[in-house]
Design a protein around this ligand. Sequence first.
Ligand code: C2E
Ligand code: CA
Ligand code: CA
Ligand code: CA
Length: 279
Amino acid sequence: AKERGRNNFQFFDHGLSARYSERLELENRLRHALDEKQLELFYQPQVDTLSGELIGMEALIRWRQPDGSMVPPDKFIPIAEESGLIVPIGAWVLQEACRQVQSWLREGICRVPVGVNLSARQFDDAGLLDTIKSALSSVNLPPAYLDLELTESLVMRNPEHTRSILAECKKIGLQLSVDDFGTGYSSLANLKRFPIDRLKIDRSFIKDIVTEADDAAIAQTIVAMAHTLRLEVIAEGVETEAQLALLRRWRCDAYQGYLCSRPLCAADMTQMLRSLRAS
Ligand code: C2E
Ligand code: CA
Ligand code: CA
Ligand code: CA
């Protein structure tokens, strides 16, 4: 039995170290991804539930490997966070999103804000506000075109720190959204103590609203309560007409999801904006 236990242990250990070196290798490659221009932003439209009009878009990072394959953000954002690489990468995201929206603005094909995801590590970085300000001013983008997406758990983690940063952000004129709402443990009343503009209901709550009465009740309640607090509400991950019909009935303001469009590369988003403009 002793022998077997030892073998099991070695087997387990081997699995762990393999995963560890895979992670290290990914981290090493990520270190060069910025310099080697392997990072790219995709954009997903956000549309009004009733009119279908474009009201915004979210910038979503993509990592294209030299062999052309993509590493999904769920796989490298956590590594970027743990290693601290998220600070320079996040600064690049802010810069690139501002540059792109300003270029659409100049072409006259887009007049909606771009949402940029912020991670906790960036939020704790003392240089965040300067990074944001220089991203805006380097391309002369009015601050109202930048919408910062912060997860519910990030906001609640250190309320005093968050409150002071968010107050600064509002003073500059940025838009503020709470991302993945419903996945944390905060109440809407708590959130209202922060100067936020909108809530994004997490996809996990939207997924089964057509078939699960409980999920429908929760989502409908979030919409109604958010409106009482004068917050705008966006539903994430809307994939079907049946989901959209419910969201319309509940007066959810906007949605984002495959039903309207998958995230698009900048060139495809440009095409879409031009054709919207032409129609
Ligand atoms: P998120 O902020 O919740 O972004 C929404 C995710 O849902 C995106 O995944 C998007 O492609 C996906 N999605 C949108 N509509 C649908 C739908 O109808 N059905 C389904 N099944 N999925 C949908 P993505 O692009 O893989 O990003 C995953 C996460 O990675 C994001 O979740 C966000 O937390 C993080 N992320 C992405 N870009 C950045 C970034 O620039 N900075 C940071 N810090 N995090 C980022
Ligand atoms: Ca987001
Ligand atoms: Ca989200
Ligand atoms: Ca999410």
